[in-house]
Unconditional design. Structure first.
Length: 184
């Protein structure tokens, strides 16, 4: 499906594997220019870049940033704006799953903090910076990725589900974070 996004400027957090990678590929196929980020998996980033080598010259930019760190989130958005010229869309996709093999009883504070800092705080950090320039320009789109895990019970993904429930709560109209901005 061609969405005709020719020259649209998109930032996708966490776009080097899984659903994020598929979104990067779909936006590129539809003509967008994309900046994407990753936190730790350099091999996945290298695989993505290598698999697309030569297909979308000057349209894909991949950089390492940890959205859970406020300074990195700010720098990521600034990098995307500088590289692309501005942002037409932000897709908050970066996420941390619960630690494999741990259930709610063995999950420690560090695991909990990493999950919530990335999945909730990181989303807010990136959005707060991006929305400022979108409001100034009078247009922009923000998509916050949630998960079906919010509605299913899995004892090994309790905190992931809780963090994604927080993302779901942020799309309530009264909070104003699920946005489509257009000048009158």
């Amino acid at each position: 499906m061609d969405l005709n996004l020719t020259d649209k400027r998109v930032l996708i957090t966490g776009g080097t594997k899984g659903l994020g990678e598929e979104m990067v590929r779909a936006f590129l196929r539809s003509g967008a220019r994309v900046v994407t980020s990753f936190r730790a998996d350099c091999d996945a980033a290298d695989r993505l870049v290598e698999s697309l080598r030569g297909q979308y010259p000057g349209r894909l930019f991949v950089r390492q940033f940890d959205v859970a760190e406020q300074a990195d989130a700010v720098e990521l958005v600034r990098y995307a704006e500088k590289t692309l010229g501005a942002l037409d869309a932000l897709v908050n996709n970066a996420a941390v799953m619960d630690t494999p093999g741990k259930d709610v009883f063995s999950f420690d504070d560090e695991d909990f903090d990493q999950t919530f800092h990335t999945n909730v705080r990181g989303l807010i950090y990136v959005t707060r910076v991006a929305i400022t320039t979108m409001i100034h320009r009078g247009k922009g789109h923000i998509v916050n990725m949630s998960s079906a895990g919010v509605y299913t019970a899995n004892p090994r993904e309790v905190f992931y589900a809780c963090s994604k429930a927080a993302v779901e709560a942020q799309r309530a109209p009264s909070l104003g974070l699920a946005l489509h901005l257009e000048s009158p």
